[in-house]
Write a protein of this length. Sequence first.
Length: 267
Amino acid sequence: MILLSACTSSRLSGANLDRVVQPAFVSRIEDGAGPKSLVFREDGSYSEKLKKLEPKEADRRLQAKLAAAVTRFEISERLRVNTIIQLPRERPWTSIIDPARVATALESFLVEEVPANAPDYDLLVPLGADAIVEFVVQDYGMRSEKGRAGAYIKGYGRMFWLDGRTEVWRRAFDADQVQLGEEHLDPFRVGKNPELFQRAMSSLVDAVSAQFTQDLTPKDRRGGPPLPEGVERATPDSTHRTGRENQLPPVPQGPDLAPGELPDPDP
């Protein structure tokens, strides 16, 4: 298990979930959340390898690589889609409002970015939504301690009634490979192959999704029975992928450090 999660500040009860008729899912990333590189400025272990390259500049270069590896849109969508597809085939999860209609109503057209600021959820009233399930990423990127680096992501999920905004569930999450002692994610290797960061982030997001799914499936409910076998549930997504598998070509190496590049990883 790679997920560190703060205690649930508000557990979803079966009684509250039984009241939900038509939920809408929204996943977003706060402005300035990332990607961030907190590797070289916060860990002096790399100073010898950086040589004349200033730690601040090295972090700037690595941050550019992280941004190219996986977009904010892909992270937020992976979190939303992976949670939905793991939910049981029963009410209210068989009545989720189509994400394209939600996006259109909120004027976020599900392109390469997502709204940084909280949307006006009253715009979902005409769609028949009675509850909102919201996932918010507040901070993500790479960091390092004592020469061991890794990816991290922080934020929260919550469910609230659209009428009155009363919360019925909230879960803060903090998934951090460094804290959990996961395998070192070499920042110099990431600099040459940013897909390594994309894979690490996908793993973290999937762990968060699994926790969300568990929270959104309380045992103490009377809800309607699962759909009978053979009955297809509405597809939660027809226009999105959970994330892309980037195949980035290797960066040509020369005798000197190229502009925007980090030193080569150790053999």
